[in-house]
Design a protein around this ligand. Sequence first.
Ligand code: UDP
Length: 276
Amino acid sequence: MPEGFSMPSDTAQPPASEATRPSQTQILNGRFDKLSAEQTVEELIRAIRAGERGVLSTVNVAILMMMRSNARLQRFVDSSRWTVADGQPLVWASHLWQQPLPERVAGIDLIDQLCARAAQERIGVYFLGAESGTVRATVDVLRNRHRGLDVRGYADGYFGPEQAEARAKAVADSGAELLFVAMGVPRQEYFIEEQWGNLGARIVIGVGGSFDVIAGRRKRAPAFVQHAGLEWAYRLAQEPRRLFKRYLVTNSQFLGLISWSAIAQVSHFRRVTPRP
Ligand code: UDP
């Protein structure tokens, strides 16, 4: 089994609540590390320095709901070494369980923050995913922002299954310790899972469509929209046809499940609290 990222076989996972560490918060079917963005970055740099390996999953509401109907994705996230909440609604929801997450940790911000630290620490980085012009532009932007960034390589994310092993081995041959994979969910997770033994990189992070934003091909919601928990609405406005069904389904499912859990929690509290 690959070191540091043991994908369970088809056997059932232990119930998530049993496996939740004290440093984690359970929100519905997801376990999230109680780490701020800065702590996440420092933890990953520490792990690289210590010669450890692992996957970090960034999970938003849409992905959390997708995990419910995609057992493979659920197992992948459950087996990740770290999982962070990439959305304000998840941070709000964590307060319902009295286990608040410190803040949202967005994959796209992690790319920047990790590249800044990687440049200081001379850690080699690889970028895999998006169209070839986009990944090239992403590398240019990040090299300009972070002087001395050691980009060991980059490649687009459009390849067939027969090329996957060669793409993964190219990452290992580059000697990169930090790998960002931006091929959309769950495509990137399947790739990481299947190629974990070939990738070589110590830390691997799936970052969805982040390269499109860094390269300027797609706009990111302004900060106030993000803080209002409405980043999904901003994306929806950009691609209404493609995303309408996705957000309608996942948002209403999340709202329903969260409300139901909150009601269950309150009634449980009433039952166990002795009346004066
Ligand atoms: N992408 C890729 N390979 C593919 C399909 C998509 O690298 O085979 C890239 C795509 O160019 C984009 C990112 O994955 O940069 C996210 O794609 P998409 O927007 O389709 O995913 P979503 O955000 O809808 O999950």
